[in-house]
Write a protein that binds this ligand. Structure first.
Ligand SMILES: Nc1ncnc2c1ncn2[C@@H]1O[C@H](COP(=O)(O)OP(=O)(O)OP(=O)(O)O)[C@@H](O)[C@H]1O
Ligand SMILES: O=P(O)(O)OC[C@H]1O[C@H](OP(=O)(O)OP(=O)(O)O)[C@H](O)[C@@H]1O
Length: 312
């Protein structure tokens, strides 16, 4: 009871309690210096250093809680947001997408058995589809049916659909092998699960990644902006590394082209007047290539540092 009275006047921030998005969310919270202590088996944790509380929920429920204003802020997948609010206008009126988070990337794909299944999604009209994303799958197949019948998709009711779309809560990939379905609609990232089940992807319902979302009418807009800035800092700090090296003054111009930095590189004089030290932020994905080019230019003592946090 004491905990719930403590929730008054705190921003409620929903975080996936398990699954693919959970660990990364905890990393973001740590990077954003959101400090909390979660007692065992408690799904609500008060934040020590901000007027905020974390609510640990199944990822699949977070869009609903944010959209209904039961929590102010949340992290979940775009797939879940689309499935929860199938009507785009309603989705946009209830939920503000604060920022994409660059993880949890996957796609919701139509999959059929490699050996016996069709390779064209249009051939699945009238067949049996099994999925955990019932709403999006019905929308997708209504659009296909509409194409074939010249009837507007909006006029096709669920009952009038030729295609059977059945919900299952998990292990969707087993449905074809078990004789429950001719095709499934499920998430694919590496494709390992799909291939292991003898399936192939023949169409994409949507692409998804994790996003930070806020209720459109939250009264905590200042706190939301602060969390956004901090999470942007965490994302930027992963995108870049800090590179430091020594180079002959005569080669500085060419070296600047290799490491232009975010705004400009920092040049520091060395006791040897023919040499300078250069420091610059470099895209993590390009750092090996940058080091090779610097070495070719004659740079020495090339050091690469990870950035634990930054604001660019
Ligand atoms: N293989 C994947 N790669 C990247 N992101 C994924 C992957 N699978 C799921 N996701 C993302 O994570 C969200 C949660 O999926 P996850 O399978 O972790 O759910 P869960 O909470 O464990 O629920 P369930 O018990 O139904 O599996 C998905 O809606 C999607 O946005
Ligand atoms: O393409 P892949 O990299 O193999 O990922 C796809 C799988 O990941 C998700 O399930 P997850 O492994 O999270 O477990 P779940 O089936 O219990 O949801 C999803 O439901 C797929 O089954």
């Amino acid at each position: 009871m004491e905990l719930f009275s403590d929730l008054n006047d705190r921003l409620l921030f929903a975080v996936p309690k398990k699954g693919r998005l959970h660990e990364k969310c905890l990393e973001f919270l740590a990077g954003a210096d959101i400090q909390f202590h979660r007692k065992p088996r408690h799904d609500i944790a008060l934040v020590k250093n901000h007027p905020m509380a974390l609510v640990f929920l199944p990822a699949a429920d977070i869009a609903k809680f944010v959209g209904l204003g039961k929590v102010d802020l949340g992290i979940t997948g775009e797939d879940i947001i689309a499935e929860t609010f199938l009507d785009q206008a309603e989705r946009q009126s209830r939920i503000r997408q604060v920022m994409p988070l660059n993880f949890g990337r996957c796609r919701l794909a139509v999959q059929t058995p490699v050996k016996t299944g069709p390779t064209n999604v249009a051939d699945l009209v009238g067949k049996r589809i099994v999925t955990s994303f019932e709403g999006l799958t019905k929308q997708y197949f209504k659009a296909l049916e509409a194409n074939q019948s010249n009837q507007p998709a909006a006029e096709i009711t669920d009952a009038a659909m030729q295609t059977s779309v059945e919900f299952v809560g998990g292990s969707v990939e087993a449905a074809c092998a078990l004789g429950l379905a001719d095709a499934i609609v499920d998430l694919v990232e590496s494709g390992d699960t799909m291939r292991a089940a003898g399936l192939q992807a023949i169409g994409t319902v949507l692409e998804s990644q994790a996003v930070l979302i806020a209720n459109s009418r939250t009264k905590f807009s200042d706190l939301v902006a602060m969390i956004q800035a901090r999470i942007e800092g965490v994302i930027a700090s992963r995108k870049y590394v800090y590179v430091n090296y020594n180079i002959r003054r005569a080669d500085l111009e060419q070296a600047r082209d290799v490491t232009p930095g975010h705004r400009a590189p920092t040049i520091t004089a060395l006791l040897d007047p023919d040499w300078v030290a250069v420091s610059a932020m470099v895209l993590s994905a390009e750092v090996a290539n940058v080091m090779d080019r610097l070495k070719t230019l004659g740079a020495t003592d090339i050091l690469v540092f990870t950035i634990s946090n930054c604001r660019v």
